[in-house]
Design a protein around this ligand. Sequence first.
Ligand code: PMP
Length: 421
Amino acid sequence: MNGEGPGISTSTQDLAAPVDWQRVREDFPLLHREVHGKPLVYFDSANTGQKPARVIAAMDDYYRRYAANVSRAVHTLGEQATRSYEGARDRLAAHLRVHRRDLVFTSGTTMAINLVAYSWALPRLRAGDAIVLTRMEHHANIVPWQLIAQRTGATIKVADISADGVLDLNALERLLTPEVKLLGVTHVSNVLGTINPVHEVCTLARKRGVITVVDGSQALPHLAVDIPAIGCDFYALTGHKMCGPTGTGALWARREHLDAMPPFFGGGEMIREVRFEGTVFNDPPHKFEAGTPNISGFIGLGAAVDYLDALGMANVQAREGELLAHLTEEMRKIEGLRIIGNAPDKAAVVSFLIEGAHAHDLATLLDLEGVAVRSGHHCAHPLMAYFGVPATCRASLAFYNTHAEIERFIVALRKVRGLLG
Ligand code: PMP
């Protein structure tokens, strides 16, 4: 990272350094715009996060100064592009405490989970096998497994949650019978905000030889994620929710899996030698990265990781904890407002409904007040069905939000409630 860190006076991660959150906010150009003539309150970071100027600048710099393809060219531009692109892998690997060789770049979590489904699960699962998923999974961690189940004859079992949105570990353990081969669990729920005890879940699974796939999409923006400490087999993540560009993400996998898995896509970049009689594949992670990748995107992701590291995830977590406590306290005072997801361990995500009002109407009226929240099923139909609602509104925060924005949101919410009630 060049120069100063975000909102702090040192570029090294210093957990004790006081962060100037107002200055941090200045790093995000988009947050200064207006919507419907009112200052924007962006409470939709679980959908996609906003980008600091240095992430946008890193991508711009690539296109202006050294745009070239990676790996193939020996000329200066190609070498610079390759160094930047592979440098992003180094940074992300260090951020996650893993080895760069075990980190495959993907277009996002969806592709990462599909890679596990098609390269690991499809050749291995058989009729009679079972896959366990939790009730709070995003469709990205449900539908790929349904497709694999259809093709292999495996079945899917569901691990239940409490009314507060907490995973029932006893019930989960009972589900882990000998036919279960794979377990998919989200690290943080995109709807409920629940932070799942993924280390405990993976330990239970590992004891029984069950392979674990953790969906880290919503964890990376909020938590310091130490993949080896979790003890999973696969960890999927997406860049655009963690200050990075869209179309970026990664799959981390235990080395023995990556070595044993056949590639999912074939093409250039992923080979060592191609003859018409057969092909020798490149080593992981490149074995799984066919074709020209999203070079500028990953360079941007590298800058995003630098940004978060300089900020310090412990600082992010502390800041978001304060914002969440404030938001929840104020929302609880609003009559007729129901919060869906009250786990004791939560990220700054609050799903809610107001009696008598449809979620989309709420979100539309809030938008007129300059407040962006998401409404809908949040790609979690089974979870909506469990709570008996077609949709919710969701306010999702990031460290760049402020207490003043929470106050504005609450005023807007009260106004909208008055209009709809
Ligand atoms: N899992 C969870 C929990 C998510 O919130 C999302 C994004 N909404 C995804 C998976 C899919 O991520 P992407 O669309 O970036 O692949």
